[in-house]
Design a protein around this ligand. Sequence first.
Ligand code: EPU
Length: 293
Amino acid sequence: MNWQKNLKGKIKPGEPLKRHTTFKIGGPAEFFIKPKGISDLKLLLKGLKSDKIPILVIGAGSNILAADKGIKAAVLKLNAPDFRKVSFRGNYLNAGSGLMLQQLLSLAVKRGLSGMEFLAGIPGTLGGALVMNAGAWGRDIASLVREVKVMDYYGRAKTLKRKEIKFSYRKSGLDKYIILSACLKLIPAKQKEIRDNINKYLELRRNTQDTGLANAGCIFKNPQAGSAGRLIDLCGLKGKRMGGARISLKHANFILNKGNARSRDVLGLMRLMRKTVKQKFKVSLEPEIKIWN
Ligand code: EPU
């Protein structure tokens, strides 16, 4: 319990997670903690480890379904200045894990550096995007990574080179660590070209995905058999409702929170989607969102 006394950052016991997830769903976290910086994080990790309190990092809360009943864990929000530093060296961008992808995109445009435009419209932090190897339009963030600075759960920092990280579709193995920052390799381009690219991707997203109501992006990973959304759509499940949750009419791999959805509504729809796709296509869908319970 000493860590609570010594910590410089804010600790909020029982903070409702629905305030911090893009789904706007989730009960109280045992502890919701914003470490003040890297040394504070180190101290915190050691304390949580010795008290055997599980640790979860929330990023921008955009790929998470948190249980209505809340979770017995310390949820960390890394938004102190140490986690939001940014610098450029030639074509390399060094950025803290707590920065939003969209902020990084704006900075890259100003700098005349291209390569990240496919990430336009993804509402995540750099750290979150790296952990799940976020991607769109045939590319993923792994393709940009030069190295990643991490801290293990004992509070020891180290740098992982690109080849030491096992990136694959929506996976990185980086969940063994807390990501502190990353170095991405970009390429020089004209600002107008980069801006046009961003607008092209934003429009593609607007045309194919729901952007209005609260959601957590794609619910399932794409199986070998192609787009999970297409399979769910072919099962006729678009528009299906449970409680306050509904399968999007625009993209069947999205579930929308109509305002008062609970995690059990979303889990119910997920079960229905999995079961129906399994029956019709003999394909097992695997969640892309992280389920915290
Ligand atoms: N389709 C349908 N019905 C639907 C949805 C899609 O028929 O309800 C068809 C489309 O018409 C298209 C094909 O399925 O022919 C593929 O659709 P889309 O281009 O929307 O891509 P996706 O495979 O469904 C993936 C990613 C998205 C990413 C898009 C765009 C996954 C699970 N999904 O979706 O990522 O934005 O490509 O590149 O990998 C996310 O990770 O949260 C996410 C939404």
